[in-house]
Design a binder for this molecule. Sequence first.
Ligand code: GDP
Ligand code: ZN
Length: 460
Amino acid sequence: MLPFPSTAAALPRLRLPPLPIPLRHYPFPLPLLLLRGASSSTHHHPRLLPQAASLPPPPPDALLPSQATGLVAASQANFMRVIVDAVPPGHDLERHRGSDLLCVVRALLKKIRRRVLVGDRVLVGAVDWADRRGMIEDVFERRTEVADPPVANVDRLVVLFSLDQPKPEPAMLTRFLVEAESTGIPFVLVFNKVELVDEQTIAYWRDRLKSWGYDPLFLSVDQQSGFSALEEMLKGQTTVVVGPSGVGKSSLINALRCYQDISEEDPIHKLVEQNSKWFGEQRVGTVSKKSGKGKHTTRHVSLLPIAGGGFLADTPGFNQPSLMKVTKKSLAETFPEIRKMLKENEPSKCLFNDCVHLGEHGCVVKGDWERYPYYLQMLDEIKIREEIQLRTFGTKREGDVRYKTGVMGVKQAEPRLELKKHRRVSRKKINQSILDEIDDDLDDLDDDYLFDVKQRSRKR
Ligand code: GDP
Ligand code: ZN
């Protein structure tokens, strides 16, 4: 029998494939032995489970000849395309850096619900360098996570609106801005279709957004004008474009991705480009099936190389901001106007610590600003949602961002790192819905499997 003294008793005595019952059905924390036992047949990097998720990728000399680290650039069903960024030195493998590996995800990672997202840095094992295949054995530290589309380690969001067709709508604009702020990822607001309006309209929106605390960029995808500032900003970063429908998100993504002129120095981009057909084509098929929407479209996101280095998700994000990450308390922090008022009043503060700034006595936030009505509306909406959550789950989510001054002097949210432990717990709950969709398929699989296992054990 396998060497798991502590868990053997808990396991039904089965000699089925390893891990007969999905690991998450066990009480956590999992005994390390069980994890090691499950992977006993191959050599693994010592940083393996369960710590890797909070560690950066290891140095190349810690890798075995059959291992590499890389970036997940695309996913399609159970396959992931990984761009190799490090190989172990001294095995004549250097030439593989920047090349693609077609990978499957190790079953154990699924069992312990360690999701692999496009954008993740991963450890690939059992690499067949000739066939360019491998198995994703672990996922390293994830800095950020966007739910829609599901992409890890996003550095920047582009919040795209158009000046006409459709015209910007302040309530909608505010909703997107709040949603973007709540991700904790730096973002830039961009207005498209400038050629449809006159100079005055542009100036009007520039001033209006300035009073809200933002400094937008203006461009026209059709006329290919006004791109340089944006391209400069996105260099070397991983970006996701978000915004309402019809503003030109897909057009912008197509305009920004680089088809030619892939820089010679960076073989990664060349290879991604050469292999961009690996997954791209199937996506079309899956889109049309379910009325162009639904889980199958969001799942197969790919990272496209952009000029100057960096990546752009091929799928635009949050068509309809859910505000799920915003709490009654954190909502105020997603409004630059309120942040400014609070700052200007320092060191005096609102009388009550948990003030939600309804302008009562002792509140330093005044109501004489344009977006105050939107703030109040959204506050109501969030209050209702929180009450429902409280009744349903008996718990409230914590606001999990703090604010720093970011690009262009605009205050930006960032993850509250010092609350990491706590955050992971609450985040797990928050993001449950996010990844549940992805989980569904796996759950079905697991449940069938579990059912099968139960059936078999009953027969004994
Ligand atoms: P999405 O729904 O945000 O992805 O928007 P699309 O990229 O599908 O574009 C919606 C429509 O806007 C299409 O008909 C585009 O041709 C058009 N469009 C995109 N960019 C511009 C632009 O700069 N000017 C004008 N006039 N139309 C544009
Ligand atoms: Zn207040």
